[in-house]
Design a protein around this ligand. Structure first.
Ligand SMILES: C[S@@+](CC[C@H](N)C(=O)[O-])C[C@H]1O[C@@H](n2cnc3c(N)ncnc32)[C@H](O)[C@@H]1O
Length: 248
């Protein structure tokens, strides 16, 4: 298996730990990322939708309330798709287990969404080419990914604990676009760092118009439900970036 199709979510230990974190109502996903993705989601009523790296199916569960025609949930992990199938049992939803870069279909999607999966994919240019092919003309791509200001550092400890605990987030090696292995849940997880410019220009060069770019910060929910330290950490640096683009 090459590096761009790393499948850590089928490692049982990692999977167990991850599902626990993802089911926490106070997680970064629930507090910071999902609120923005929900806000930016275009009208999907009667539309064909693809969710790339759908994981446990939580965003699909939300999108079903909005009356799409059909949703395809795609993920490289068997474990994740099995979980999603249990969570979402609806005739409008089908699932496929594959690496997005190998996915072939005749369907032209009106909307493609992806929550926090693209930083696992090494070749962003190939990914954008693929998404252009999968989208209908005027189709919308909406995705979140780890923010380049957050993925840049190569230090093992991302925070400087001088003076007070989380007063500085480290930024180094910004221009070095390459793998950033981290240790998460006792597992080596490989994410890929690319600059903001590379991301934007690759999207533009592959036939998209960028409509929105959002640096995710604290939300009404996180400000209400998180403790001061967690709020301060997000105030210091955007954990994720959300990009909305239209195929022309
Ligand atoms: C952090 S999880 C996010 C899951 C879900 N989107 C959510 O927000 O709850 C990332 C997901 O992307 C999937 N993934 C990673 N690389 C992939 C690839 N090349 N093709 C398809 N799915 C991939 C993983 O298996 C995992 O389920």
């Amino acid at each position: 298996m090459n590096r761009m199709s790393q499948n850590i979510y089928d490692n049982e230990h990692f999977y167990k730990g991850y599902t626990k974190i993802r089911n926490n109502k106070l997680s970064y996903n629930e507090m910071i990322e999902m609120p923005i993705m929900k806000e930016e989601l275009p009208d999907i009523k009667g539309k064909m939708v693809l969710d790339i790296g759908c994981g446990m199916g939580k965003f699909i569960q939300y999108m079903l309330e909005l009356n799409p025609k059909q949703i395809v949930g795609l993920d490289i992990s068997n474990n994740m798709i099995s979980y999603a199938k249990e969570l979402v049992d609806d005739e409008r939803v089908s699932f496929v287990v594959t690496d997005i870069l190998s996915y072939e279909t005749d369907i032209k999607f009106d909307v493609i969404v992806s929550c926090l999966a693209f930083h696992y994919i090494e070749d962003f240019n190939l990914l954008m080419k693929k998404l252009n092919k999968l989208l209908a003309n005027d189709g919308i791509l909406l995705f979140s990914t780890e923010h380049p200001l957050t993925t840049a550092t190569k230090q093992k400890e991302n925070w400087s604990h001088v003076e007070s605990r989380f007063n500085h987030y480290k930024l180094d090696h910004y221009f070095e676009e390459s793998a950033r292995p981290i240790e998460w849940l006792d597992t080596e997880v490989i994410r890929y760092h690319r600059t903001i410019g590379t991301m934007m220009n690759t999207i533009i060069d592959n036939g998209f118009i960028i409509e929105r770019v959002l640096d995710t910060g604290n939300t009404e929910m996180s400000l209400k439900l998180w403790d001061a330290e967690d709020i301060m950490k997000v105030n210091h640096r955007p954990p994720f970036i959300v990009i909305k683009a239209k195929k022309y």
